[in-house]
Structures are given as C-alpha cells and as structure tokens.
Design a protein around this ligand. Sequence first.
Ligand SMILES: [Zn+2]
Length: 173
Amino acid sequence: MPNNCFFDIEAKGKPKDLKRFLKHFIYDNGVERKTYLARTFIDGYTNSKEYIIDKIGEIEKEEVFISGWCAWSCWSCWIEGYPNKKECITMGDLCKKYVIEINAKSEEGLMGFEEELAVSKDGYLTYEEIDFVEWKCKKCGVIQNFPKGHREDDSINEICGECGENKFERVEK
Ligand SMILES: [Zn+2]
C-alpha cells in the first residue's frame, strides 16, 4: 500500500489553459488524456468536466485552488519517479505547455514530511522537502512527529497517541 501524500495547488493562468491543465489529473472515472500526471488524484468528481464546473468561478479569475493526493510524494509523481515521457508528464512540462504558474504544498503523515514546490510560467521549478518536527508529550514523554506548519511554539493542535494529552514541547536538535 503506497502512502498518500495530500497536496494543495494554487494554479494561475488563462481560463482556457487552466481548463486544459485540469484534464491531466485523475478523477473517479480514471485517466482522460494520453498524457497525465502520474498517480495524482482528485477524489469526489467523476471527471474533469464536473470539477471544472465546480471551479468555474476561480478559473474565470485566473487562479484555481486544487486539492488532491499523490502516491508516495509529489516529487515521485510529478518530477522524478513515475513520469516516463510516454503517458506521464512532469509538472514542469505540463505547466510550460499551458503557461501555468503553480505553488504547491503537500503533507505525508506516515513517513512524516512536507513538500513545497513551485513552477514559474517559463517552467522553472523549485522544490523543497521538509521533515516533520519532533514534539515531546509533556505528560508521558513520548516523542512524536507532526508537521511544522506555522507553529513555532508548543501550542500545537495535536493529541498524544500514547496518553491523549494535548500539551507538547518541541524537541530541540
Ligand atoms: Zn503522552
């Protein structure tokens, strides 16, 4: 069973290009185009048509917010790993094709990492992987990994898997 990596993409481009871009994701009915983003799923929609109807307001404003999931990581599905030049296109090439600019974030809870990825309009890609931060339960002392998010203090909104307490302190490295 692959781990699911959940992503949020902010994509900017011309409405007609955004619509084309959205046809390269995988919906409940499966793959729609000869080339598509490998193992990149948007759940709850039969096909891209349905999704585009739902997102038309954002599309017309030339900025669409896409939430979905990849198997393993965005890196392996969009950059290196599954893209094979035949069926599976890289995110960089897809953005270049339709002149789309994206900013994406992902979170994988099992292995414990986050990704940040951006593609500029000319296809220039930046990528960063960030490991989850370690937190120590103030009650039982068990160390657990949670996403860094924007939390820099010890007031994270998580429950200890061991004892159910919700107070943690960051483990300094
Ligand atoms: Zn605890």
